[in-house]
Design a protein around this ligand. Structure first.
Ligand code: SAH
Length: 296
């Protein structure tokens, strides 16, 4: 994990419980004598994440319906730190605005990026329920002046209408939906739950409400290529376009497309989370001179 990631050494449950007593019901001592929670229990995970956000990121309100994605904090904040390194290396430290594409019901990246580096955010979302919830989180935390939420009506549009022709942002970030259709998303979720020894009946009943968060026609690959193409139509509006890429196989086709579309630099950043390695792709269309002159 990144050296600035506050969770690289595990969780201090004593401190967390002292600050968020409601977490206590989920904490137990495992066979190695260490405090932990049941990571297969969504309620326990949600309670831990809420406690982390309260203690380390000054978030006072983080409610969302149980059927929405509950993002693990260490992995989400890792992307924030990687992105910061990229921005600092390009001389982008002050007055940073970041576009978060598909912020979800939890508004997680804007909350973390604002707390860690004071970035301003434009956050987008296509799902009405998620959008409404994210707006409530922004308002209740008093962040409406630094996080602007925009509703996207057209699921095919990733940047169109989100960055206005007159706007410039230092970076974009995105955790794309990765399944091809609702059935694939449901089957994969059931498979994971079964692997954890969990009953899958509830998920089947609740699934349709949240499925949209997880899938996109054509899956991650189609989403990413749409994103690349749309970024090439807004070459001067964003210094670094970036995205998480969950499938390694997509990297090569992204590089080929980006070269065709005129990207001047492409970077592959490793996002390492202990036993799991993922990646963030970053690309820019700016010339060396435009990069140097960005702040002037
Ligand atoms: N950023 C959150 C949610 C990621 S899930 C997290 O990391 O936990 C992907 C999100 O993208 C979903 O909330 C989905 O509704 C949204 N989404 C899908 N297509 C979109 C589009 N074209 N524009 C904006 N958001 C989109």
């Amino acid at each position: 994990m990144h050296k600035h990631n506050k969770h690289s050494k595990g969780y201090d449950f004593e401190v967390l419980v002292a600050n968020s007593p409601e977490l206590e019901t989920f904490v137990f001592t495992n066979s190695h004598g260490k405090s932990t929670i049941d990571f297969a229990n969504p309620k326990a995970v949600k309670s831990l994440n809420t406690a982390l956000l309260t203690l380390y990121y000054a978030v006072s309100y983080w409610e969302f319906p149980d059927d929405h994605l509950c993002p693990p904090i260490p992995g989400r904040v890792e992307y924030i730190h990687l992105l910061n390194d990229l921005l600092v290396a390009s001389g982008l430290r002050e007055d940073v605005t970041v576009l978060d594409i598909g912020t979800g019901a939890t508004c997680i990246y804007p909350l973390l990026g604002q707390a860690e580096y004071g970035w301003r955010f434009i956050a987008t979302e296509i799902d009405k329920g998620a959008y409404k919830n994210a707006q409530k989180i922004i308002n209740k935390n008093g962040l409406d002046e630094v996080i602007t939420l925009r509703f996207q009506n057209n699921p095919q549009w990733i940047l169109n209408d989100e960055i206005l022709p007159s706007e410039r942002v230092a970076a974009s970030m995105c955790n794309p939906p990765f399944y091809k259709n609702e059935t694939e998303a449901l089957e994969e979720t059931k498979r994971k739950l079964k692997g954890l020894g969990k009953n899958t009946d509830t998920i089947v009943r609740n699934f349709s409400g949240t499925a949209q968060e997880l899938w996109y026609p054509g899956g991650e690959k189609a989403f990413l290529h749409n994103y690349l193409y749309q970024s090439s139509q807004l070459k001067k509006n964003c210094f670094w376009y970036t995205s998480l890429v969950s499938k390694k196989d997509h990297v090569k086709s992204m590089e080929t497309s980006l070269k065709k579309l005129g990207a001047t630099k492409i970077k592959k950043l490793e996002l390492s989370l202990g036993n799991k390695i993922s990646r963030v792709m970053a690309w820019t269309f700016l010339s060396d001179k435009e990069q140097r002159d960005w702040n002037s």
